[in-house]
Design a protein around this ligand. Structure first.
Ligand code: UD1
Length: 418
């Protein structure tokens, strides 16, 4: 088990380039299953979730090779349509192979994801959507058994909620359906637009990119492609919040600042100066941190994946702030940990009341999940004394060279293996 040790109080300033989006790269790799031949995904981050997705694809028979930040997926000889529990249990996003497998082979068996530490995270919308497209679904021995012996049929699917994963699974299932599929109330996250771009390049006609209505005209044959993943707006947002906490200036490049508009607006409201560039943004703060209310919502709302990092910032505000979490239940485990560093936070249901304190103190804390773990490290950068963040395998799932990048901004930070 690895831990990150931070000695707080160093100035945080400089420039960082972010990699491709984790939440895009994983789905683009799955999309490669749709076409026989070798697809190449560029700008893929070197993180453990990508290693796991490579393993998922390998178990199915795909040949996966990684070089630098490119991943080649040769999906010519898929020998199995079954994704085992030990992989799905480690990474819920593995469920995204369901759509492409059933589209190309008319069959998929994917282990049911278990509970998760950020809420129950149901998959009902994935299942109902696939059923609308003519897929028979059975739940057997812990597996979702999806079959479409007659092929998939285009249909209209209205999602209860703009679920990112359900939109992606349905998009990838619909690409081989007969006729048009309309996905209403689709998620609009930039990573969905990225997946649409890859599918279009593979030969599918899709209307409505970036909107909540996607129309997919199924294609008979798809071709492999070379595709570059969109920059990681959440990785970028994490380093921008580090700049806001430490004062900066911190410049982050490698992403489209339009994808972080809501976060950048909130950073201005807390008292930061934000400058937007073609390929990134710069944040600096001279005055105190002002309190501000935040509500997480599907894109273009405030991203739930930035909620914990922003809470770390508000923990040091001059006054009280409220964060309302509308996307996931139980996504406040981070609050209990940062309270151990002196933060004053009360949770009631899906609301957190954060009473700003003057300073945080270094303490031993535990990463509750990926973003919560990153947020604890951010808090540690400005805390008094030493913080030891344990269970950092969560952080390594989604941040490439987290310690190295923060050290390049001046942080006194190191990772140790215990
Ligand atoms: C993806 C992201 C995650 C991000 C989230 C929301 C990946 C690998 N993960 O997760 O980082 O925080 O989007 O932006 O891309 N729900 C249902 N039934 C379903 C599907 C979802 O009730 O069939 C609920 C979930 O429990 C959750 C909400 O909908 O409360 C949002 O989930 P969803 O948008 O699907 O998130 P993921 O795709 O799992």
């Amino acid at each position: 088990m690895a831990s990150i040790i931070v000695n707080g109080g160093r100035p945080i300033t400089g420039e960082i380039r972010v990699g491709g989006a984790k939440n895009s790269a994983l789905k683009l790799m799955a999309a490669a299953l749709l076409a026989p031949g070798a697809s190449v995904i560029r700008n893929v981050p070197d993180i453990s979730d990508v290693t796991l997705m490579a393993e998922v694809l390998s178990v199915l028979g795909a040949r996966v090779t990684r070089e630098d930040h490119s991943v080649l997926v040769d999906a010519t000889d898929i020998t199995s349509v079954e994704t085992p529990y030990e992989l799905v249990a480690q990474m819920r996003a593995s469920i995204v192979v369901l759509g492409p497998l059933v589209a190309r082979f008319g069959r998929a068996r994917v282990a049911m994801p278990g509970g998760c530490n950020i809420g129950s995270r149901k998959i009902d919308m994935h299942i109902h959507g696939l059923e609308h497209l003519g897929v028979n679904i059975a739940f057997e021995h812990g597996f979702i058994d999806a079959t479409a012996p007659e092929g998939l049929k285009g249909a209209e699917v209205l999602l209860d909620f703009p679920s990112v994963g359900a939109t992606e699974n349905l998009l990838m299932a619909a690409v081989r359906a007969e006729g048009a599929t309309v996905i209403e109330n689709a998620a609009r996250e930039p990573e969905i637009g990225d997946l649409v771009d890859m599918l279009v390049a593979m030969g599918v006609q899709i209307e409505g990119r970036g909107s909540s209505t996607l129309v997919v005209h199924g294609a008979r044959e798809l071709s492999p492609v070379v595709h570059t993943a969109v920059g990681d707006r959440i990785e970028a947002g994490t380093y921008l919040v580090a700049g806001a906490l430490g004062g900066g200036p911190v410049t982050v490049t490698g992403f489209d600042p339009a994808h972080l508009e809501m976060l950048l607006t909130k950073l201005e409201l807390v008292g930061c100066e934000v400058a937007v560039h073609a390929d990134g943004a710069t944040v600096r703060r001279e005055g105190p941190i002002r309190p501000v209310d935040v509500a997480t919502l599907p894109y273009p709302g405030f991203p739930t994946d930035m909620q914990a990092q922003f809470m770390a910032l508000l923990a040091l505000a001059e006054g009280n702030s409220v964060i309302t979490e509308n996307v996931f239940e139980n996504r406040f485990m981070f609050a209990d940990e940062i309270k151990r560093m002196g933060a004053d936070i009360d949770i009631e249901g899906h609301r957190a009341l954060i009473r700003g304190v003057h300073a945080l103190q270094g303490a031993p804390v535990r990463s509750p999940d990926l973003r919560g773990g990153a947020a604890l490290v951010l808090a540690a950068l400005v805390a008094e004394g030493e913080t030891v963040v344990s269970d950092v395998h969560h952080i390594l799932r989604g941040y490439e060279d987290f310690c190295g990048k923060l050290a390049s901004l001046g942080a006194d930070i190191r990772m140790i293996e215990e």
